[in-house]
Each structure stands twice: as structure tokens, then as C-alpha cells.
Design a protein around this ligand. Structure first.
Ligand code: AMP
Length: 219
């Protein structure tokens, strides 16, 4: 099974993608995580991506598509995919469709997690994550036991440059445009499933699992 999670920043895509990938035995691929890792390692790719990320802009298609196609060509991607943060442009979606067709596979469903935009701003500016293990915290809904310290591994918590208030607005504006375009693209393919993204994370996971079960039953 090959799935795409769609949703504006703060909709819970990353959290849900990890849970769903584990439950369904799929490989979770987050292009945002890949870029952040590359930036932390200081590779040429990372340095290139960092400029765009801190400005709240998309990394150019040729860079992003190359990185993603290389990743899904690896043997461990054969178990199935849970794509999180990719595609973000129509050329990315088209390149993905072509690459999967060459492998004799396809995207089975696109799950679009929808959350009212006012809620997103509150969610985004409170998000902190561990610089060592990647655990995610939220100052409103899931604060760490000790300020600035990861409960899991004791690592230092930091706020992603693109979760800081000044960047959040620009990020939402950029994201709204491409998210709607992709929803339309996959809607035309009959693959789009809208998921209510309000409520507790467990409820949202349940709605996503129900949508996946419906796809499996009809597919
Ligand atoms: P994310 O963690 O998914 O919000 O991604 C963080 C940042 O990485 C984005 O704001 C973009 O700058 C970059 N990025 C991640 N995925 C893509 C993509 N598919 N296309 C272009 N840029 C991306």
C-alpha cells in the first residue's frame, strides 16, 4: 500500500504518519525530516535546503524530486509507503506517479487531514522538538516535564526555525496554495479522502485507519 498524507502545517501529518506507518508496516518518508537531517549533517544538499526552509519556502523541485526518487528506489521501500510532506507541487506529484508506474505500482490513496486554520496557528507556534531523538512536544497540549529538556532522552528541546511565529504565517500562505492544488490533482484521480483533523490524536488516527480500511476493501 502506498499512501500520501496531505494537510497544512500543524494538521498533525507528521505524528499521524509515524503512527500509521508503524500500524500498517509501511516505510514512513518525510522529506522535511530528510532535509533537516541533511542540514544537521552539513551536506551540500542540506546547506542548499536550509536556505529555503528557514525562509518558509519550498525547496526547488529538482532537488526534492531527486532525493525522494532515490529514497523510494531502495529495497526497504518495497513494503509500502507513507509519504509525509511529499509531493508538494504538481511536478512532484507527476514525477512520483511516473516513478511508481515504472516500478509497476501506484499511489493507492491520499488522506487529507483538515483542520480549521485558526487552530493551526496556535498549534504551530507551541511546537518544540528534541534535537537528539526527534520527540515532539507542545507547550499547550504536551509540555515536557522539565522546561527545555526531552522526557525521553534528556536532549535539549528546540523550536524549529520554521515554527517561530514570524515564519508561520508565510508557511501557511505558501502551503495553502499547493495543498489545494494537490487535493484537486488527486481528487481527479479519485484518490482523495478528506479526514476530519479536529479532536484528540487517537480519534484522528482512528478516522485515518477507517479510511485506509475502506480503500483496502474497495481497492
Ligand atoms: P515539513 O517538515 O514537511 O514541514 O518540511 C519543512 C521544510 O522542508 C518545508 O518548509 C520546505 O522548505 C522543505 N520541504 C519538505 N518537503 C518538501 C517538498 N516536498 N518540496 C519542497 N520543499 C519541501
Amino acid at each position: 500500500m502506498r499512501l500520501i498524507l496531505l494537510g497544512l502545517p500543524g494538521a498533525g501529518k507528521g505524528t499521524q504518519a509515524k503512527v500509521l506507518a508503524a500500524k500498517q508496516g509501511l516505510l514512513h518518508i518525510s522529506t522535511g525530516d530528510m532535509f533537516r537531517e541533511a542540514a544537521a549533517e552539513g551536506t551540500a544538499l542540506g546547506k542548499q535546503a536550509q536556505e529555503f526552509m528557514s525562509a518558509g519556502k519550498l525547496v526547488p523541485d529538482e532537488v526534492t524530486i531527486g532525493m525522494l526518487l532515490e529514497r523510494i528506489a531502495k529495497p526497504d521501500a518495497r513494503v509500502g509507503l507513507m509519504l509525509d510532506g511529499f509531493p508538494r507541487t504538481i511536478p512532484q506529484a507527476e514525477a512520483l506517479d511516473r516513478a511508481l508506474a515504472e516500478q509497476g505500482s501506484k499511489i493507492d490513496a491520499v488522506l487529507y487531514i483538515k483542520v480549521p486554520e485558526a487552530d493551526l496557528v496556535g498549534r504551530l507556534t507551541g511546537r518544540w522538538s528534541c534535537s537528539q531523538c526527534g520527540a515532539i512536544y507542545h507547550m499547550l497540549t504536551k509540555p515536557p516535564k522539565a522546561a527545555g529538556v526531552c522526557d525521553e532522552c534528556g536532549g535539549a528541546l528546540s523550536q524549529r526555525a520554521d515554527d517561530q511565529p514570524a515564519t508561520v504565517k508565510a508557511r501557511l500562505d505558501t502551503n495553502r496554495a499547493w495543498t489545494e492544488q494537490l487535493a484537486e490533482f488527486y481528487g481527479k484521480q479519485g484518490k482523495l479522502h478528506d479526514i476530519d483533523g479536529t479532536g484528540e490524536p487517537e480519534e484522528i488516527t482512528e478516522r485515518l485507519l477507517q479510511a485506509i480500511a475502506r480503500v483496502t476493501a474497495t481497492g
